[in-house]
Design a protein around this ligand. Sequence first.
Ligand code: PMP
Length: 440
Amino acid sequence: MTTHSPASAALFARALTVTPGGVNSPVRAFRSVGGTPRFMASGRGAWITDVDGKHYVDLVGSWGPMILGHSHPDVIAAVTDAVSRGLSFGTPGEGEVLLAEEIVRRVAPVEQVRLVSSGTEATMSAVRLARGFTKRTKVVKFAGCYHGHVDALLASAGSGVATLALPDSAGVPATTTADVIVVPYNDIAAVELAFSKYGDEIACVITEAAAANMGVVPPLPGFNKMLAEIAHRNGALLISDEVMTGFRLSRAGMYGLEAAGLDPVAQGWAPDLLTFGKVIGGGLPVGAFGGRADVMALLAPEGPVYQAGTLSGNPVATAAGLANLRGLNDTVYAHLNETANTVGRLVSDALYAAGVPNRLQRAGNLFSIFFTAEQVFNYDDAREQESFRYAAFFHSMLDAGIYLPPSAFEAWFVSAAHDDLALQQIADALPAAAAAAASA
Ligand code: PMP
């Protein structure tokens, strides 16, 4: 049963006539959970409010950027100040230097960085750069890892391990994905096999620093390090996609968690390129890619790899991103970890209490619940879950004022603003939602 949401329903009907599916990004359409998408009107702290005036505890956080909570005063002030000075100049400006410096300061392997306007642009450009640097064409990616809607990266595994990939979307030519090799996540043997078959043709391996687009599937200990070692042994680059994890899991993202107390740059197992988005835009459109200075030096105008953007380094967007990053300190990261732990445990325990087998999986403060009793290591495992239970769970939570990701295959996001009141509301909603999942 979904609550009646007349204003959302009316907007959705209008949206459907002028926009495919009524949305500007597919998961927002509620296709996998059913019902009417809620059209949001405002947000403050841990809460968002829809056009019918109903309040929700937000566990999506715009899919990552709202790590400080909605309408954080420092971010709003930085944006307001930037707006008062003009919206875009198409020239260099101070804000983009400050944001780049902040990124370089936090993430050791990033010696130079270029700003773009989305995560998709970041990964697309990083792959082009890796191909330009290595003068090779093939790319290894992992099934279930999402890197934005880059043609070549919308590829799924062909039959058999380490065979050339097939397009995952209409409109992507098979010739484009023919240069991509899709292998199972967390499977080093499959990566070795890909390199033994195509070693001197492979430009790069691209991986999510921690997989979080098939639900959260953390890399096995040493997996990312092995990827770097295999790539480097074969003259290829490692691109670590931290669009989701960057600056969220720690000051230096997933890299920071794995590098703690070590020196991967000196030891040769740091990624060569990293991609970012979400948190570094504070809710405005920003992405970035960066890494080794000798690789980045190939970018135009320094080198022959072309890459550009009318709004890249936009002063308003960089002001938001910088304020967001500056708000992230050790206290905030500790709070995010504790909150993720609490919410994850509450959900998992409630489901168990209702007799629903489930698996809480975490990568730092990113987490998701799989409706399966087994640990999930890769995309095939993730698809084994009883995702039909999620729709019932989701709608019960939504009715109780908790906004969850509208798909069983998405990560859940907490923020610095999730406080005891928000946690209590989640806890109160869970028994009914777990019962709904049990009887689905
Ligand atoms: N890479 C990863 C790991 C992502 O999670 C996403 C988006 N969820 C992207 C790339 C694409 O970013 P954007 O939607 O900003 O293009």
